[in-house]
Design a protein around this ligand. Structure first.
Ligand code: HEM
Length: 375
């Protein structure tokens, strides 16, 4: 299959159901292939990892958005996401990551363990009660969605009563994270962005009046310059504060919901792995890594190059646009033998499902080796 046709198929609803055969067709052309003028697709693990760490590659900035997405400044969704760390390059990206990483204190993260356990227990009790008389229980509705949302809301300090509001708003906004958005999807995403912005603006005002121990308070202090980073003089602007609060919610929930849902399906198909997991909780971390590798919740990301580069024996000119197919890279047979086999006993699994293979994650646009702690 021609790479451009393969990409078209991957972007279509039918092609997304099972993208893996299409990835293999693309891989047959090489780990990095041209799919049009200054446009490349990456299926190789080493090449994807190298590009994601390469300082010559960044996300689309405002100038490029003006060039490729005329009118984006009129879209509240595009505008909001563009001000967050997800869609900025250094030095803004590095500053925001430093401020956010500082707010994810070890104490705050350690406290989340009990929150996650308590919420998971409560949701499982609810599922048991609902299914007691043999009734069908929808795992995603009862667990896969509410757990990540509940955990992120607890982290941000969103009152439990307000959580149901987020499902529609956040789902609406996630359309803006797709590689292609129709005008109708954009209108829906704009509505979600406006609702979320209004909500978080009120939460920020409330935390400024009465600081609490949550992440929102920490990020408000990063904006006001009286937080943990005040000595460095680094700040978050007002737009960045709201944009990053929104991104934490939106980036954090659908990904985890999908991992839980996909993970359950895989484990139901692999009873030996499911039994091993039930017998030994220590088995969980390796099993989760393999689930992330086998069926990545985020299938792709993209980068624009600012200078000529060469990856996978292919010259990528300055200004070229590269789609990094994370789901394909995770199934590169040069990195994982028999990659189509789910094997939670597999040694050395480092999927690219969160981006590059660095742990802690390297900052976008900084040379590998200058890694900072990730939130
Ligand atoms: C299974 C769960 C998750 C997966 C698979 C996932 C995947 C990803 C990927 C692939 C990226 C990188 C995008 C790129 O560099 O182009 C990313 C970035 C990000 N994710 Fe996640 N994520 C998950 C959970 C979370 C959670 C729970 C949160 C927040 C509480 C979160 C917040 C973020 C943020 C803020 C970024 C931007 C980081 C930056 O650009 O510096 N993610 N995620």
């Amino acid at each position: 299959m021609d790479p451009a046709d393969a990409l078209e198929l991957l972007m279509s609803p039918a092609g997304r159901v099972d993208p893996y055969p299409t990835y293999e067709q693309l891989r047959a052309h090489g780990p990095v292939v041209s799919a049009g003028p200054a446009f490349y697709l990456v299926t190789g693990y080493a090449e994807a990892d190298a590009i994601l760490r390469d300082a010559r590659f960044g996300v689309m900035d405002d100038d490029l958005r003006d060039q490729f997405l005329p009118g984006w400044r009129e879209s509240p969704a595009a505008l909001s996401i563009s001000r967050s760390m997800l869609r900025t390059n250094p030095p803004d990206h590095s500053r925001m990551r430093r401020l956010a990483a500082g707010a994810f204190t070890p104490r705050r993260i350690a406290a989340m363990r009990d929150v996650v356990l308590a919420q998971a227990d409560e949701l499982i009790d609810g599922m048991l009660a609902r299914g007691r008389d043999g009734a069908v229980v929808d795992f995603q509705a009862e667990f896969g969605y509410p757990l990540p949302v509940g955990v992120i809301c607890a982290l941000l300090g969103v009152p439990a009563a307000d959580r149901p509001l987020f499902r529609r708003w956040a789902t609406d906004l996630t359309g803006i994270l797709e590689p292609e958005t129709t005008p109708e999807e954009l209108a829906v995403a704009d509505r979600g962005a406006t609702e979320l912005r209004d909500y978080f603006a009120e939460l920020v005002a409330a935390r400024r009046r009465a600081p609490a121990g949550d992440l929102t308070t920490a990020l408000v202090q990063a904006h006001d310059g009286d937080g943990h980073n005040s000595a460095s003089g680094e700040r978050l602007s007002g737009d960045e504060l709201l944009a990053n609060l929104i991104v934490l919610l939106v980036a954090g929930f659908e990904t985890t919901t999908n991992l839980l849902g996909n993970g359950l399906v895989v484990l139901l198909d692999h009873p030996r792995a499911a039994a091993a997991l039930r017998d030994d909780p220590e088995f969980a971390p390796g099993c989760v890594e393999e689930l992330l590798r086998y069926d990545s919740p985020v299938q792709l990301t993209s980068r624009m190059s600012t200078a000529p580069a060469r990856h996978g024996d292919v010259d990528l000119p300055a200004g070229s646009w590269t789609i990094v197919l994370l789901g394909a890279a995770n199934r590169d047979p040069r990195r994982y033998p028999e990659p189509e086999r789910f094997d939670p006993w597999r040694p050395q699994v480092h999927p690219l499902s969160f981006g590059d293979d660095a742990s802690p994650v390297t900052d976008r646009g900084t040379p590998a080796g200058t890694a900072r702690a990730t939130p």
